[in-house]
Design a protein around this ligand. Structure first.
Ligand SMILES: Cc1ncc(COP(=O)(O)O)c(C=O)c1O
Length: 372
Protein backbone atom coordinates (compact mmCIF):
# COMPACT_ATOMS: atom_id res chain seq x y z
CA UNK A 1 0.00 0.00 0.00
CA UNK A 2 1.50 3.30 -0.98
CA UNK A 3 1.08 6.31 1.24
CA UNK A 4 -1.53 8.79 0.04
CA UNK A 5 -0.14 11.74 -1.91
CA UNK A 6 0.47 14.92 0.04
CA UNK A 7 -2.91 16.41 0.88
CA UNK A 8 -4.02 19.56 -0.85
CA UNK A 9 -4.79 22.63 1.28
CA UNK A 10 -8.12 22.60 3.10
CA UNK A 11 -11.01 23.07 0.75
CA UNK A 12 -12.79 26.35 1.15
CA UNK A 13 -16.02 25.62 -0.70
CA UNK A 14 -18.63 23.12 0.40
CA UNK A 15 -18.73 21.20 -2.88
CA UNK A 16 -14.98 20.55 -2.59
CA UNK A 17 -15.30 18.64 0.69
CA UNK A 18 -14.99 14.88 0.88
CA UNK A 19 -18.40 13.39 1.50
CA UNK A 20 -20.31 12.39 3.50
CA UNK A 21 -19.59 15.36 5.76
CA UNK A 22 -21.52 17.00 8.58
CA UNK A 23 -22.09 20.66 7.78
CA UNK A 24 -23.50 23.38 10.01
CA UNK A 25 -24.67 26.65 8.54
CA UNK A 26 -23.22 29.20 10.96
CA UNK A 27 -25.79 31.91 10.27
CA UNK A 28 -28.69 29.55 10.90
CA UNK A 29 -27.01 28.24 14.04
CA UNK A 30 -26.58 31.77 15.40
CA UNK A 31 -30.22 32.57 14.57
CA UNK A 32 -31.50 29.44 16.36
CA UNK A 33 -29.33 30.10 19.42
CA UNK A 34 -30.39 33.74 19.70
CA UNK A 35 -34.07 33.04 19.06
CA UNK A 36 -34.32 30.54 21.91
CA UNK A 37 -32.33 32.80 24.25
CA UNK A 38 -34.72 35.67 23.45
CA UNK A 39 -37.78 33.45 24.09
CA UNK A 40 -36.44 32.37 27.48
CA UNK A 41 -35.51 35.93 28.44
CA UNK A 42 -38.93 37.34 27.47
CA UNK A 43 -40.65 34.77 29.67
CA UNK A 44 -38.24 35.05 32.58
CA UNK A 45 -37.10 31.43 32.20
CA UNK A 46 -33.54 30.24 32.67
CA UNK A 47 -32.21 28.47 29.57
CA UNK A 48 -30.11 25.35 30.06
CA UNK A 49 -29.80 23.73 26.62
CA UNK A 50 -29.33 19.99 26.31
CA UNK A 51 -25.95 19.42 24.63
CA UNK A 52 -26.74 15.94 23.31
CA UNK A 53 -27.66 17.50 19.96
CA UNK A 54 -24.24 19.02 19.24
CA UNK A 55 -21.87 17.44 21.81
CA UNK A 56 -19.46 20.26 21.14
CA UNK A 57 -17.98 22.87 23.50
CA UNK A 58 -17.78 25.27 20.53
CA UNK A 59 -21.59 25.33 20.21
CA UNK A 60 -22.20 25.24 23.98
CA UNK A 61 -19.99 28.31 24.35
CA UNK A 62 -22.13 30.11 21.76
CA UNK A 63 -25.29 29.17 23.69
CA UNK A 64 -23.76 30.46 26.92
CA UNK A 65 -22.59 33.70 25.29
CA UNK A 66 -26.14 34.34 24.17
CA UNK A 67 -27.59 33.85 27.65
CA UNK A 68 -27.78 30.18 28.65
CA UNK A 69 -27.12 29.79 32.37
CA UNK A 70 -25.47 26.38 32.03
CA UNK A 71 -25.88 23.12 30.15
CA UNK A 72 -27.84 19.88 30.40
CA UNK A 73 -26.08 16.57 29.76
CA UNK A 74 -27.16 12.95 29.44
CA UNK A 75 -23.76 11.28 29.75
CA UNK A 76 -20.77 11.64 32.02
CA UNK A 77 -18.63 12.23 28.93
CA UNK A 78 -20.80 15.20 27.97
CA UNK A 79 -20.42 16.60 31.48
CA UNK A 80 -16.64 16.20 31.34
CA UNK A 81 -16.30 17.88 27.96
CA UNK A 82 -18.74 20.69 28.74
CA UNK A 83 -16.96 21.58 31.96
CA UNK A 84 -14.38 23.21 29.65
CA UNK A 85 -16.88 25.94 28.82
CA UNK A 86 -19.26 26.17 31.77
CA UNK A 87 -19.18 25.67 35.51
CA UNK A 88 -22.89 24.90 35.72
CA UNK A 89 -23.71 21.34 34.65
CA UNK A 90 -26.97 19.43 35.04
CA UNK A 91 -26.86 15.70 34.36
CA UNK A 92 -30.52 15.00 33.57
CA UNK A 93 -30.09 11.26 33.64
CA UNK A 94 -29.93 8.70 36.45
CA UNK A 95 -26.18 8.11 36.95
CA UNK A 96 -25.89 4.52 38.16
CA UNK A 97 -22.69 2.57 38.80
CA UNK A 98 -19.56 3.42 40.75
CA UNK A 99 -17.24 3.97 37.81
CA UNK A 100 -19.51 6.57 36.22
CA UNK A 101 -20.18 8.30 39.52
CA UNK A 102 -16.50 8.49 40.36
CA UNK A 103 -15.82 10.12 36.99
CA UNK A 104 -18.60 12.59 37.62
CA UNK A 105 -17.16 13.50 41.00
CA UNK A 106 -13.82 14.22 39.31
CA UNK A 107 -15.29 17.15 37.36
CA UNK A 108 -13.37 20.32 38.20
CA UNK A 109 -14.30 21.53 41.70
CA UNK A 110 -15.44 24.84 40.19
CA UNK A 111 -18.34 23.01 38.51
CA UNK A 112 -21.69 23.39 40.24
CA UNK A 113 -23.01 19.88 39.69
CA UNK A 114 -26.70 19.03 39.57
CA UNK A 115 -27.94 15.47 39.06
CA UNK A 116 -31.43 14.07 38.48
CA UNK A 117 -32.58 11.05 40.48
CA UNK A 118 -35.81 9.06 40.36
CA UNK A 119 -35.12 6.42 43.00
CA UNK A 120 -33.78 6.03 46.52
CA UNK A 121 -31.15 3.68 45.04
CA UNK A 122 -29.85 6.36 42.67
CA UNK A 123 -29.89 8.83 45.55
CA UNK A 124 -27.86 6.48 47.77
CA UNK A 125 -25.27 5.72 45.09
CA UNK A 126 -24.89 9.42 44.35
CA UNK A 127 -24.55 10.24 48.05
CA UNK A 128 -21.85 7.59 48.54
CA UNK A 129 -19.83 8.92 45.60
CA UNK A 130 -20.29 12.55 46.66
CA UNK A 131 -19.23 11.84 50.21
CA UNK A 132 -16.17 9.80 49.09
CA UNK A 133 -15.15 12.75 46.89
CA UNK A 134 -16.04 15.37 49.51
CA UNK A 135 -18.20 17.06 46.91
CA UNK A 136 -21.52 18.87 47.32
CA UNK A 137 -24.12 17.82 44.74
CA UNK A 138 -27.48 19.40 44.02
CA UNK A 139 -30.25 16.97 43.28
CA UNK A 140 -33.44 17.35 41.29
CA UNK A 141 -36.20 14.81 41.65
CA UNK A 142 -37.23 13.51 38.22
CA UNK A 143 -40.97 13.46 37.59
CA UNK A 144 -42.82 11.38 35.02
CA UNK A 145 -45.27 13.86 33.50
CA UNK A 146 -46.60 11.51 30.82
CA UNK A 147 -43.69 10.15 28.78
CA UNK A 148 -43.44 7.01 30.90
CA UNK A 149 -39.66 6.72 30.59
CA UNK A 150 -38.10 7.76 33.88
CA UNK A 151 -39.38 9.74 36.84
CA UNK A 152 -41.66 9.27 39.82
CA UNK A 153 -45.37 9.88 39.35
CA UNK A 154 -47.57 11.99 41.59
CA UNK A 155 -47.11 14.21 44.64
CA UNK A 156 -46.65 11.49 47.28
CA UNK A 157 -43.78 9.78 45.47
CA UNK A 158 -42.17 13.13 44.66
CA UNK A 159 -42.35 14.31 48.28
CA UNK A 160 -41.03 10.97 49.58
CA UNK A 161 -38.00 11.13 47.29
CA UNK A 162 -37.42 14.84 47.99
CA UNK A 163 -37.40 14.03 51.72
CA UNK A 164 -34.91 11.25 51.09
CA UNK A 165 -32.64 13.65 49.18
CA UNK A 166 -32.98 16.43 51.74
CA UNK A 167 -32.14 14.01 54.53
CA UNK A 168 -28.96 12.78 52.84
CA UNK A 169 -25.66 14.33 53.94
CA UNK A 170 -23.75 15.99 51.11
CA UNK A 171 -26.78 16.26 48.82
CA UNK A 172 -28.86 19.41 48.44
CA UNK A 173 -32.46 19.18 47.29
CA UNK A 174 -32.66 21.62 44.38
CA UNK A 175 -36.12 21.01 42.94
CA UNK A 176 -37.78 18.94 40.24
CA UNK A 177 -37.13 18.08 36.62
CA UNK A 178 -39.22 16.50 33.87
CA UNK A 179 -39.05 15.88 30.14
CA UNK A 180 -42.31 16.33 28.22
CA UNK A 181 -41.20 14.02 25.40
CA UNK A 182 -44.75 12.69 24.95
CA UNK A 183 -45.85 16.09 23.58
CA UNK A 184 -44.85 15.69 19.94
CA UNK A 185 -47.96 16.80 18.11
CA UNK A 186 -48.10 20.00 16.05
CA UNK A 187 -47.47 23.08 18.17
CA UNK A 188 -50.99 24.44 17.74
CA UNK A 189 -52.45 21.20 19.14
CA UNK A 190 -50.36 21.01 22.30
CA UNK A 191 -52.67 23.13 24.48
CA UNK A 192 -54.59 20.31 26.22
CA UNK A 193 -51.48 18.29 27.03
CA UNK A 194 -49.68 21.37 28.33
CA UNK A 195 -52.65 22.31 30.52
CA UNK A 196 -52.78 18.77 31.95
CA UNK A 197 -49.03 18.85 32.57
CA UNK A 198 -49.25 22.23 34.24
CA UNK A 199 -52.05 21.04 36.55
CA UNK A 200 -50.29 17.83 37.61
CA UNK A 201 -47.00 19.66 38.11
CA UNK A 202 -48.90 22.17 40.24
CA UNK A 203 -50.06 19.43 42.62
CA UNK A 204 -46.47 18.22 43.04
CA UNK A 205 -45.14 21.74 43.67
CA UNK A 206 -47.90 22.41 46.21
CA UNK A 207 -47.21 19.13 48.02
CA UNK A 208 -43.50 19.95 48.22
CA UNK A 209 -44.34 23.37 49.68
CA UNK A 210 -46.59 21.74 52.29
CA UNK A 211 -43.80 19.33 53.18
CA UNK A 212 -41.45 22.26 53.78
CA UNK A 213 -39.38 21.42 50.71
CA UNK A 214 -40.22 24.04 48.09
CA UNK A 215 -38.68 23.40 44.66
CA UNK A 216 -36.11 26.09 44.00
CA UNK A 217 -35.79 24.99 40.40
CA UNK A 218 -38.47 23.52 38.20
CA UNK A 219 -36.77 22.37 35.03
CA UNK A 220 -38.43 21.01 31.91
CA UNK A 221 -38.76 21.36 28.20
CA UNK A 222 -38.12 20.02 24.76
CA UNK A 223 -37.86 21.41 21.25
CA UNK A 224 -41.31 20.33 19.98
CA UNK A 225 -42.94 22.19 22.91
CA UNK A 226 -40.23 24.84 23.21
CA UNK A 227 -42.30 27.87 22.23
CA UNK A 228 -45.16 27.08 24.61
CA UNK A 229 -43.22 26.19 27.76
CA UNK A 230 -44.23 29.46 29.42
CA UNK A 231 -47.75 28.02 29.66
CA UNK A 232 -46.53 25.64 32.39
CA UNK A 233 -47.06 27.33 35.73
CA UNK A 234 -44.17 27.27 38.13
CA UNK A 235 -41.53 26.45 35.51
CA UNK A 236 -38.21 28.21 36.15
CA UNK A 237 -35.92 26.64 33.52
CA UNK A 238 -36.18 25.29 29.97
CA UNK A 239 -33.93 22.63 28.44
CA UNK A 240 -34.40 22.30 24.69
CA UNK A 241 -31.60 20.63 22.75
CA UNK A 242 -32.58 19.93 19.16
CA UNK A 243 -33.50 23.58 18.43
CA UNK A 244 -29.85 24.47 17.95
CA UNK A 245 -29.69 22.58 14.63
CA UNK A 246 -33.31 21.49 14.03
CA UNK A 247 -34.29 18.67 11.68
CA UNK A 248 -37.11 17.28 9.56
CA UNK A 249 -39.05 16.22 12.66
CA UNK A 250 -38.84 19.69 14.22
CA UNK A 251 -40.18 21.20 10.98
CA UNK A 252 -42.99 18.61 10.90
CA UNK A 253 -44.25 19.63 14.37
CA UNK A 254 -44.09 23.29 13.39
CA UNK A 255 -41.42 24.25 15.94
CA UNK A 256 -39.18 25.71 13.22
CA UNK A 257 -39.19 26.60 9.54
CA UNK A 258 -37.39 24.54 6.90
CA UNK A 259 -34.84 27.36 6.55
CA UNK A 260 -33.97 27.03 10.26
CA UNK A 261 -32.40 23.60 9.67
CA UNK A 262 -28.75 24.41 10.37
CA UNK A 263 -27.30 20.89 10.12
CA UNK A 264 -27.09 18.89 6.92
CA UNK A 265 -25.19 15.87 5.71
CA UNK A 266 -23.28 16.81 2.59
CA UNK A 267 -23.34 13.92 0.13
CA UNK A 268 -22.35 13.14 -3.45
CA UNK A 269 -24.46 11.47 -6.11
CA UNK A 270 -22.52 8.30 -6.89
CA UNK A 271 -24.94 6.49 -9.20
CA UNK A 272 -27.95 7.18 -11.41
CA UNK A 273 -27.96 3.88 -13.21
CA UNK A 274 -31.33 2.69 -11.91
CA UNK A 275 -34.20 4.67 -13.47
CA UNK A 276 -36.27 6.94 -11.21
CA UNK A 277 -33.66 7.22 -8.48
CA UNK A 278 -30.17 8.43 -7.65
CA UNK A 279 -27.79 7.05 -5.06
CA UNK A 280 -25.79 9.24 -2.66
CA UNK A 281 -22.85 8.28 -0.45
CA UNK A 282 -24.82 8.81 2.77
CA UNK A 283 -26.70 5.83 4.19
CA UNK A 284 -27.47 4.66 7.69
CA UNK A 285 -23.89 5.40 8.82
CA UNK A 286 -24.32 9.07 7.99
CA UNK A 287 -28.05 9.77 8.39
CA UNK A 288 -29.14 7.19 11.00
CA UNK A 289 -32.27 5.13 10.53
CA UNK A 290 -34.63 7.33 12.50
CA UNK A 291 -38.26 7.31 11.36
CA UNK A 292 -40.37 10.43 11.08
CA UNK A 293 -43.20 10.53 13.62
CA UNK A 294 -46.63 9.64 12.31
CA UNK A 295 -47.25 8.32 8.83
CA UNK A 296 -44.91 5.67 7.46
CA UNK A 297 -42.94 6.00 4.21
CA UNK A 298 -41.71 9.52 4.70
CA UNK A 299 -38.15 8.46 4.07
CA UNK A 300 -34.99 8.95 6.06
CA UNK A 301 -34.12 12.53 5.19
CA UNK A 302 -34.84 15.17 2.53
CA UNK A 303 -32.68 17.46 0.41
CA UNK A 304 -32.30 20.96 1.84
CA UNK A 305 -32.58 22.65 -1.54
CA UNK A 306 -35.23 20.25 -2.90
CA UNK A 307 -37.35 19.03 0.01
CA UNK A 308 -39.55 17.10 -2.41
CA UNK A 309 -36.64 14.68 -2.84
CA UNK A 310 -36.43 12.21 0.03
CA UNK A 311 -34.07 9.38 0.91
CA UNK A 312 -36.41 6.46 0.35
CA UNK A 313 -34.07 3.53 1.07
CA UNK A 314 -30.71 3.13 2.71
CA UNK A 315 -27.87 0.66 3.07
CA UNK A 316 -24.94 1.47 5.30
CA UNK A 317 -23.15 3.63 2.71
CA UNK A 318 -25.93 4.13 0.14
CA UNK A 319 -28.87 6.48 0.31
CA UNK A 320 -31.43 6.06 -2.48
CA UNK A 321 -33.11 9.31 -3.52
CA UNK A 322 -36.71 9.15 -4.72
CA UNK A 323 -36.97 11.27 -7.88
CA UNK A 324 -40.67 10.65 -8.51
CA UNK A 325 -41.76 14.09 -7.23
CA UNK A 326 -39.10 16.28 -8.87
CA UNK A 327 -38.08 17.62 -12.26
CA UNK A 328 -34.45 17.61 -11.11
CA UNK A 329 -32.17 15.33 -13.13
CA UNK A 330 -29.17 14.59 -10.91
CA UNK A 331 -25.84 13.63 -12.43
CA UNK A 332 -23.05 11.56 -10.95
CA UNK A 333 -20.80 13.93 -8.99
CA UNK A 334 -23.57 16.35 -7.99
CA UNK A 335 -23.30 17.41 -4.33
CA UNK A 336 -26.45 17.62 -2.19
CA UNK A 337 -27.29 18.52 1.40
CA UNK A 338 -29.58 16.17 3.31
CA UNK A 339 -31.64 17.27 6.31
CA UNK A 340 -31.84 14.21 8.58
CA UNK A 341 -35.05 13.13 10.31
CA UNK A 342 -33.38 13.28 13.74
CA UNK A 343 -30.30 15.47 13.86
CA UNK A 344 -28.99 14.43 17.30
CA UNK A 345 -28.38 10.87 16.18
CA UNK A 346 -27.06 11.82 12.73
CA UNK A 347 -24.49 14.28 14.02
CA UNK A 348 -23.30 11.71 16.56
CA UNK A 349 -22.11 9.62 13.61
CA UNK A 350 -19.44 12.20 12.70
CA UNK A 351 -16.11 12.96 14.37
CA UNK A 352 -16.04 16.47 13.03
CA UNK A 353 -18.43 19.17 11.92
CA UNK A 354 -17.71 21.73 9.22
CA UNK A 355 -19.01 25.24 9.88
CA UNK A 356 -19.98 27.09 6.69
CA UNK A 357 -21.39 30.46 5.79
CA UNK A 358 -23.33 30.10 2.59
CA UNK A 359 -21.13 27.86 0.44
CA UNK A 360 -17.86 28.89 2.08
CA UNK A 361 -16.21 26.66 4.68
CA UNK A 362 -15.21 28.84 7.60
CA UNK A 363 -14.30 26.52 10.44
CA UNK A 364 -14.29 22.94 11.71
CA UNK A 365 -14.81 21.54 15.17
CA UNK A 366 -14.69 18.14 16.83
CA UNK A 367 -17.84 16.45 18.10
CA UNK A 368 -15.83 16.24 21.28
CA UNK A 369 -18.36 14.62 23.60
CA UNK A 370 -19.05 11.68 21.26
CA UNK A 371 -18.86 8.22 22.73
CA UNK A 372 -19.13 7.52 26.40
C1 LIG B 1 -33.98 14.90 29.81
C2 LIG B 1 -34.01 15.69 28.55
N1 LIG B 1 -34.06 17.03 28.60
C3 LIG B 1 -34.07 17.79 27.47
C4 LIG B 1 -34.05 17.21 26.22
C5 LIG B 1 -34.06 18.07 24.98
O1 LIG B 1 -35.20 17.89 24.20
P1 LIG B 1 -35.25 18.11 22.63
O2 LIG B 1 -34.37 17.10 22.00
O3 LIG B 1 -36.67 17.90 22.27
O4 LIG B 1 -34.81 19.48 22.36
C6 LIG B 1 -34.02 15.80 26.13
C7 LIG B 1 -34.01 15.15 24.83
O5 LIG B 1 -33.96 13.96 24.66
C8 LIG B 1 -33.99 15.03 27.33
O6 LIG B 1 -33.96 13.69 27.28
Amino acid sequence: VTAPAATSPDPTLLHELQTPAAVVDLDRLAYNVDRMAAYAAVHGLALRPHVKTHKSPRVAAEQIRSGATGVTCATVREAEVMSEVTDDVFVAYPVIGRAKLERLMRLPPSVRLIVAVDSADANDELAAAASAAGREVRVRVELDVGMRRVGVAGPEAAVALAQEVAGTRGLLFDGVTFYPGHIRQAQAEQGDDLARLSASLGTVLAALERAGLPARSVSGGSTPAAWRMHEIHGLTEVRPGTYVYNDRTTVAVGACAWDDCAFTVLATVVSTSVAGQAVIDAGTKALAREPMPGAADQGWGALLDRPEVTVMRMSEEHGVLDLSQTSWKPEVGDVVRVVPNHVCVAQHLFDEVVGARGRVVETRWAVAARGR
